[in-house]
Ligand binder design. Structure first.
Ligand SMILES: Cc1cc2nc3c(=O)[nH]c(=O)nc-3n(C[C@H](O)[C@H](O)[C@H](O)COP(=O)(O)O)c2cc1C
Length: 241
């Protein structure tokens, strides 16, 4: 949230008004808020042979269209009692094995995935009237892969992973976090090697289904779904909108 004296927003980013000056929203307006989707369609002939190729095409479209955070996706996990939870993460890799993001294994999502590896992800590309929904099972990526990715992160982000060892835990104040960050900055000055914490790394969602959704007029949307058919093949099915 940009506040007076805060950082300059990135080019193209919207600047929210400070909370105290934000006008209230009338919930009665929600029923009227709808758009017609008519940009384009998605046919079986348009679709790439493999879901990962199609995902790459749509990622490229999202990037070319200038969407903010085109690789952001909403990752849903579920606790063993069945309670789901969802949050945004960034896609950092994909291939025929699945889609990869990086996180703290101690976090809520990390603990839920350790106990119940079933998960789902949605890429919400609303400006393109598209979404991609992935459902499957999560495994951790190799330590080597995590080291390679962690080393590519900016120095401050690497320190941040150490400062927030127990991600998702309740903390007493922001000051505690900043003190820890200052200690870490002294221990690992700019340019020094910051090791990968053992509680931090990648997770790969290996899909059983990947659905490509394109909005159409009158809510007759195109929904084409790749479904894995053991032992390792894929079929494409059209779903009712
Ligand atoms: C645009 C965006 C990108 C994010 N990317 C990541 C990410 O790649 N990995 C991550 O652990 N958290 C990421 N977060 C923060 C998560 O949404 C979440 O707050 C955090 O991982 C803790 O989630 P949990 O308590 O449900 O485990 C991102 C948040 C936003 C808004």
């Amino acid at each position: 949230m940009a506040v007076a004296g805060g950082p300059t927003p990135q080019t193209g980013a919207m600047t929210p008004t400070p909370d105290s000056a934000t006008p209230s929203f009338d919930p009665a307006r929600l029923a009227e808020m709808r758009r017609s989707y008519a940009r384009t369609g998605l046919t079986e002939d348009d679709l790439a042979e493999h879901w990962w190729t199609q995902l790459g095409r749509w990622l490229a479209d999202a990037q070319i269209a200038g969407l903010p955070e085109p690789n952001a996706m909403v990752l849903a996990t579920a606790a063993v009692d069945g309670q789901p939870s969802a949050r945004t993460v960034l896609l950092k890799g994909y291939d025929e094995r699945g889609i990869v993001c990086y996180t703290n294994y101690n976090s809520q999502k990390g603990q839920e995935l350790a106990a119940n590896p079933k998960a789902s992800c949605v890429f919400p590309w609303h400006a393109l009237e598209r979404q991609v929904c992935v459902v499957g099972t999560v495994t951790r990526v190799s330590r080597e892969e995590s080291v390679a990715y962690f080393s590519s992160r900016p120095h401050g982000s690497r320190l941040g992973a150490w400062a927030s060892e127990q991600q998702s835990a309740v903390i007493p104040s922001r000051a505690v976090l900043e003190e820890r960050m200052a200690e870490l900055a002294e221990r690992y000055p700019d340019g020094s090697e910051v090791p990968l914490p053992d509680y931090w790394g990648g997770v790969r969602l290996g899909p059983t289904t990947v659905e490509f959704w394109q909005g159409r007029e009158n809510r007759l949307h195109d929904r084409l779904r790749f479904r894995r058919t053991p032992p390792g093949g894929w079929i494409v099915e059209r779903l009712s909108p």
